[in-house]
Design a protein around this ligand. Structure first.
Ligand SMILES: Cc1cc2nc3c(=O)[nH]c(=O)nc-3n(C[C@H](O)[C@H](O)[C@H](O)COP(=O)(O)O)c2cc1C
Length: 162
C-alpha cells in the first residue's frame, strides 16, 4: 500500500515538473513603446522569457508617418511582400508557447513580423498573437497571419488597449 502511495506521489511530481517545463516566450515588436509595455506585463504574468524583435534599421518618426504615403511604413505596408531586415536572427525552436506582439499598422501586423516568423522555426508551435492599436481590432491581422502560416497552431488574438 505504501509503495502504491509513493508511486502515485512520484507520478504527480513528475507530471507537475513537466507542466512547469512548458517553455513560454513573449516576442514583440514595438515602434513607440506601447506594445513593449504590454509585452513586459504579459511576460511577468506568465513567467515567460521575453524577446524584442528589432529591425536592422530603427523606425524614425518620419518612417512612422501614416499620413505620408511615401513614408517607410506606408511603402512597406502597401507591399505584401516587403520583409524589412532584422537586427539579428532568432530561433524560437526551444519554446512550446509563443506570444507574439505588435502594433496594428493599417489593420495588419507590421511586415517585420512576417520577416520574424519566417526565420524563427515556429511551425507546429502554439502561437498567441496580441496587439495594441489606436482603436482597430486585431482580427484582420490574425486572419492574414493564419492564412500565410498555416503550419502554426494559432490561438485567438488579444487586442490589449488600455
Ligand atoms: C504606420 C502606422 C499605422 C497605423 N495603423 C493603425 C491602424 O490601422 N489602426 C489603428 O487602430 N491604429 C493604427 N496605428 C496606431 C498604432 O497601432 C498604435 O499607436 C500602437 O499602440 C503603437 O504601438 P507601439 O508603440 O508598440 O509601436 C498605426 C500606427 C502607425 C505608426
Amino acid at each position: 500500500m505504501n509503495k502504491l502511495i509513493s508511486f502515485i506521489l512520484t507520478l504527480f511530481i513528475i507530471m507537475g515538473l513537466s507542466a512547469q517545463n512548458k517553455k513560454t516566450v513573449v516576442a514583440y515588436f514595438s515602434a513607440s513603446g506601447v506594445t513593449e509595455g504590454v509585452a513586459k506585463r504579459l511576460a511577468k504574468e506568465h513567467n515567460a522569457d521575453i524577446y524584442t524583435i528589432e529591425p536592422a534599421q530603427k523606425y524614425t518618426s518620419d518612417d512612422l508617418n501614416w499620413r505620408n504615403n511615401k513614408s517607410r511604413s506606408s511603402v512597406e505596408m502597401k507591399d505584401s511582400k516587403a520583409r524589412p531586415a532584422l537586427k539579428e536572427s532568432k530561433s524560437l525552436a526551444q519554446y512550446d508557447v509563443i506570444y507574439i506582439g505588435y502594433p496594428i499598422w493599417w489593420n495588419l501586423a507590421p511586415r517585420i513580423i512576417n520577416t520574424f516568423i519566417e526565420q524563427a522555426d515556429m511551425d507546429g508551435k502554439t502561437v498567441i498573437p496580441f496587439a495594441t492599436s489606436g482603436g482597430s481590432s486585431i482580427t484582420q491581422s490574425v486572419s492574414d497571419l493564419k492564412s500565410l502560416y498555416p503550419n502554426i497552431k494559432w490561438q485567438s488574438g488579444m487586442l490589449i488597449n488600455r
